[in-house]
Design a protein around this ligand. Structure first.
Ligand code: ARG
Length: 473
């Protein structure tokens, strides 16, 4: 049990209290950010004449040594310390002596943890974006190769109208594209530096917060010291974006599970991405898709937990806020794993195109087109709808499909039918004639794919980082 404070106490902290209060077992993840923030803080203090050049040099050498030793496994993070900030500072003092005691000048653990967590989260936002970029590339690849892979489109999980695999995947492309846009927004909005806010009311030392912000590649310093230490909005926003990503992955997983079922057999999962049963030898289960779907709950849980933790907190810092970490870290890790595994799974998954097309042909997916055909022959749409409805009923009774009926049978229901009906309601026609923007016709899909290829050429977060870099220089 080691702590940075104690002067005003007459008794030792109870061991259970210490353990309950300590955060080092989980905030040790912020080690790199903590050292980086401290190096920058010392640099700024020296520039402002608050530390001497020698003191700064000694502090930076000390911190760099700690960083290298932990990374090389020569020094282990001491879990008897209260938190990662205490560990770094205590180790520094241990190694360099009195100069180390000056590092915390004009700083509080409140603005320190606010900085560390922000730096860490910022990096994870960019990492998540990079993973989504790879997923989008895989989706677009499948789209390009499946412009004419016909399948049923569904509403209410009932066959509705024929579409293509490219079109279906295109829907997910749009979802994950929006997810990336959300991440880029969050990245920019959170990119302000809280260091220098002190405990809550700034400090009397002449800190150069602009300089600190610049060295840490922030847009600038935060503008209210209370808010700086009390704000976890950026984390809530990220958890919300992560929840939406999981919701998308979960819907996609659900579809893959359905497509992989014995009844559908639209896809076959690669052996490397499936698992077997300990009792049923025939089984090949879609466990990865199921786990992605299942893990969605815990990511939502992290969002709800933090929203709830924050809702009653008076300004400024309260220890409740230490609870922002464990579940958020878990959510970040979970989503990163899920995106990576999901990408691998869909890249190796095989499509049973024959079964998909056959399924698209059954179930009257061409009924709307048959009605449109009659409209083309001058029948008002509402009447055409009724006629085709009766035709469908006739087919159900005879256990057949519209396109399998003879012209006589068709004419027994409406004399508007001609030989050209068969072409008009073929699977190919039903899909390829749909050429409005966003529709499944191959010619339209090609245009959409081109646009999305262009989109993938620029990475919004990298563009922002570069622009910031140019401004800072
Ligand atoms: N471990 C704390 C946290 O995660 C660091 C800040 C502690 N500040 C304090 N005044 N006790 O929030």
């Amino acid at each position: 049990m080691a702590q940075l404070w104690g002067g005003r106490f007459t008794k030792q902290t109870d061991q259970l209290v210490f353990d309950f209060n300590a955060s080092i077992t989980f905030d040790k993840r912020l080690f790199h950010e903590d050292v980086t923030g401290s190096i920058v803080h010392a640099t700024m203090l020296a520039k402002q004449g608050i530390l001497t050049e020698e003191e700064k040099k000694s502090i930076i050498e000390g911190l760099t040594g700690i960083l290298e030793d932990v990374d090389a496994g020569k020094l282990t993070i001491d879990e008897t310390q209260e938190d990662i900030h205490s560990f770094v500072e205590a180790t520094l003092i241990d190694r360099i002596g009195d100069a180390g005691k000056k590092l915390h000048t004009g700083r509080s653990r409140n603005d320190q943890v606010a900085l560390d967590m922000r730096l860490y989260t910022r990096a994870r936002v960019a990492e998540t974006d990079g993973l989504l970029e790879k997923l989008l590339e895989a989706i677009l690849d499948t789209m390009e190769n499946n412009l004419e892979t016909y399948m049923p489109g569904f509403t209410h999980l009932q066959k509705a109208q024929p579409i293509t695999l490219a079109h279906h995947y295109g829907a997910y492309f749009e979802m994950f594209k929006r997810d990336r846009q959300r991440l880029a927004d969050i990245y920019k909005r959170m990119n302000y530096c809280p260091l220098g806010a002190g405990a809550l009311a700034g400090t009397t030392y002449p800190l150069d917060r602009e300089y600190t912000a610049k060295l840490l590649r922030f847009e600038g310093p935060t503008l209210n010291s209370i808010d700086s230490v009390a704000d976890r909005d950026y984390l809530i926003e990220f958890l919300s974006a992560l929840s939406t990503i999981m919701m998308h992955l979960s819907r996609f997983s659900e579809e893959i599970i359905i497509w992989n079922s014995n009844e559908y057999q639209f896809v076959e999962l690669d052996d490397a991405y499936s698992t077997g049963s300990s009792i049923m030898p025939q089984k090949k289960n879609p466990d990865i898709a199921e786990l992605v779907r299942g893990k969605t709950g815990r990511v939502y849980g992290a969002l709800m937990a933090l929203l709830t933790t924050m809702k009653g907190l008076p300004l400024a810092y309260n220890k409740d806020m230490q609870e922002d970490k464990e579940m958020a870290f878990d959510a970040m890790d979970t989503v990163a794993d899920c995106i990576a595994l999901f990408t691998g799974m869909i890249k190796t998954m095989k499509f049973r195109k024959d079964r998909m097309a056959k399924s698209a042909m059954n179930g009257f997916t061409n009924a709307t087109d048959a009605a449109d055909y009659l409209v083309g022959k001058g029948v008002p749409f509402r009447d055409a709808h009724g006629i085709i409805g009766r035709l469908v009923l006739y087919c159900i009774e005879k256990d057949t499909s519209i396109d399998a009926l003879s012209l006589e049978e068709l004419r027994s229901i409406s004399d508007k039918f001609d030989e050209d009906i068969y072409d008009a309601i073929s699977l190919k026609t039903c899909v390829e004639k749909r050429l409005t923007i966003g529709a499944p016709g191959a010619e339209m899909m090609k245009q959409v794919i081109e646009k999305n290829k262009e989109y993938l050429k620029t990475n919004a977060i990298e563009v922002y980082q570069q622009a910031l870099e140019d401004r800072i220089q």
